[in-house]
Structures are given as C-alpha cells and as structure tokens.
Design a protein around this ligand. Structure first.
Ligand SMILES: NC(=O)c1ccc[n+]([C@@H]2O[C@H](COP(=O)([O-])OP(=O)(O)OC[C@H]3O[C@@H](n4cnc5c(N)ncnc54)[C@H](OP(=O)(O)O)[C@@H]3O)[C@@H](O)[C@H]2O)c1
Length: 314
C-alpha cells in the first residue's frame, strides 16, 4: 500500500513551523498537516505572501489554526528576532520543517555577507533549529525535518572557498548547500541522541517537483537554455503535492526514525521511501567540521547559547 497524505496520523494538539510555507512544497506540507488537525505556523520572508497563503489555506482546508511568522533567511539578525517572538508566543513546538530554499542564483550575498545559498539553505536553518531547541525539547516525540535535494549526491564541501569568493559556480554552491542540509540533519540527530533529548532529526528530498523553484532560478539568471531544459524535462517532474510526501513522511510517518532520509520511490518521482544518504554526509569528521565552522558564523549574530547548552548535556 502507498503512503499518501491520507496516511498522516491525526495531528491535533501539535504545532508545526514550516519555513518557506507560502509556496511549493512548504505550502503543500502546511495544507496536509492542517487537514490532519495540526496548528501550522507559516514562516515566510514576505508578510504579504504569508497572508495570501493563509487565505488560500483557509479556503482550501477550512482550518483556522494557521499563524504567520515573518522570517527572511537571508538575514541572520531577522532570524534571531523572529525566533525571539516565537519563544514569547509559544510554549512548545512539535515539528520544525526546514524547507525554504533558493536554487542556483547568480552570486549574491546575504545580509551578513555570506553566499546566499549557503546562508539561506544551510546557515539560517541551522540557526533556526538551534535557537528553537528550547521550545522543541518541551515536547517528547518532536521531529526536525530538513529538506535537501538529489543534488546532495553531486555535492562536495569546498573547504578552501566555502562562500564561492574566489570562484563561484552556482550549481556547485547549490549542491554544497544541499549536502550541508543532510550533514546538518545527521549531526543534529547524533547530538540529540547523545544528549538524550528525545527529538529526532531527519532529512527528506522531493525528487523533481513542479514548484516556483525552477521559475525563480530561470528568472534570476535570465537563461533561456535553462527554461528550455525545464520544458523538456517536464514529463518527469511530479506535482508539488507528491513532492511534499517524503518530508511529510519524515515528519509524521510512524516508522520514520531519526538519522533517516526519505525520498521518492523512483528517485525523481513516486511515493516516499527510505533512501540512501550521500556518502560524504556519512563521514563524521566532515560533519563535525561543518558544524563547527557554521556554528562560529551563526554564533556571531544569533544567540544560540541555550541550544548549544542543551546539545552538550551528557
Ligand atoms: N522543486 C524541486 O524539484 C526540488 C528539488 C529538490 C529540492 N527541493 C527543495 O525543496 C525546498 C522547497 O522548494 P520548492 O521546490 O517548494 O520551491 P519554491 O516553490 O520556490 O519555494 C521555496 C520557498 O522558500 C522561500 N524562500 C526563498 N528564499 C528565502 C529567504 N531568503 N527567506 C525565507 N524564505 C525564502 C520562498 O519564498 P518566496 O516565495 O518569497 O520566494 C518559498 O516560500 C527547497 O529547499 C529546495 O531546495 C526542491
């Protein structure tokens, strides 16, 4: 039997935060969780888009337990401030879905001067998770799901030029950030278990899904070749709703466990199944190195001291 959004267990009483929830996979993840009774906080960089998504979700699901949080992941300071507000408003969080992403733009810097994909896809999600940890630990059975991509298998961490300052290749930087997502998810799971915190960290990838991701990339690069390639590839893309199933399975599947990764059955498309993690992400010393470098970059802007203290508990 296939696992679809119908298979999600009831979620009443559970609160989920989803980054990038106004569009694509984030929107469909929010919709599926709402339909099963969860309260969902839509984390979006534009309040206007967040309110539009909320209205659409209200119309499509008739569920009222939808909240919005303005969070631009290209600015660690804003991430810090957004989480301060969440910490005041909520007593606990059951699900964190690190979903937002940007793919292969021309070289751009985040507010703090980091390469945009490394900052949005990896650093800010790590900051979000570490700073939300006090809310997450309040609830046993909590899960953190970090959304990666099949690009993880092509990714390497360019230790000599992490930010693409000497030479920028937009696809290599995307793959690096998506490999970093898996390395983070695995290392987090290891640290959570070591500290006995009762939270599971998993990763998921959607295969190829029709969302705004490709359109945004084509627009940012003005590349007609890329637009033509996506048109040719369209038959192998699946819907955004199908693409959201692996992250929904990782977040709610009764058999899903910390440290695992879920993706589509046939790599690019299909119902979710347990899938192989990029071999580079399995190297503990590489994960520890990335964690230490990232923690230093984040820690200069975001107060992650409480999260760090929780993770170093033995
Ligand atoms: N679609 C695929 O085939 C595919 C394949 C592999 C992996 N993925 C991964 O899936 C995740 C979701 O992407 P999607 O396919 O659903 O694409 P999408 O429709 O473009 O959604 C991306 C979301 O991320 C948000 N975002 C971008 N930059 C942000 C920032 N600085 N701060 C906060 N939010 C920001 C976008 O907000 P705006 O609407 O304001 O831009 C949007 O809500 C990404 O992590 C992506 O890498 C997708």
């Amino acid at each position: 039997m296939v696992w679809s959004s119908e298979s999600i267990p009831r979620q009443e009483g559970r609160i989920a935060f989803i980054s990038g929830a106004n569009s694509g996979l984030g929107f469909d993840t929010a919709k599926a969780l709402l339909e099963k009774g969860a309260t969902v906080i839509l984390g979006c960089r534009s309040l206007e888009k967040a309110e539009q998504a909320k209205l659409k979700l209200l119309n499509e699901t008739n569920c009222r337990n939808i909240e919005v949080s303005k969070i631009d992941l290209s600015d660690l300071k804003e991430v810090d401030e957004a989480i301060n507000l969440l910490n005041i408003k909520y007593k606990k969080l059951d699900l964190l879905i690190n979903n937002a992403g940007v793919m292969a733009p021309p070289r751009t810097s985040s507010k703090q001067g980091f390469e945009l994909q490394f900052a949005v896809n990896h650093l800010s999600h790590m900051a979000l998770t570490l700073k939300l940890l006090p809310l997450l630990v309040e609830q046993p059975g909590t899960r953190v799901v970090t959304v990666t991509s099949g690009a993880q298998y092509m990714g390497t961490i360019n230790w000599d030029d992490l930010q693409g300052e000497q030479k920028y290749d937009r696809w290599a930087s995307y793959s690096q950030s998506k490999l970093a997502n898996v390395m983070f998810a695995l290392e987090l799971n290891y640290k959570l278990r070591r500290s006995n915190l009762g939270i599971a960290s998993l990763s998921a990838h959607p295969g190829l899904a029709r969302t705004n991701l490709q359109r945004t990339s084509v627009k940012a690069n003005g590349s007609w070749q890329e637009a033509a390639a996506y048109r040719l590839m369209d038959p192998i893309f699946q819907s955004s709703q199908m693409g959201s199933l692996p992250q929904l399975f990782a977040a709610t599947g009764t058999n899903a466990k910390g440290g695992e990764q879920y993706g589509p059955r046939f790599n690019f498309r299909g119902y979710p199944k347990l899938c192989r993690i990029a071999p580079l992400a399995l190297k503990a010393e590489q994960r520890e190195r990335l964690w230490a470098v990232s923690e230093k970059l984040i820690g200069d802007v975001v107060d992650i001291s409480q999260g760090k203290a929780l993770l170093s508990k033995k």
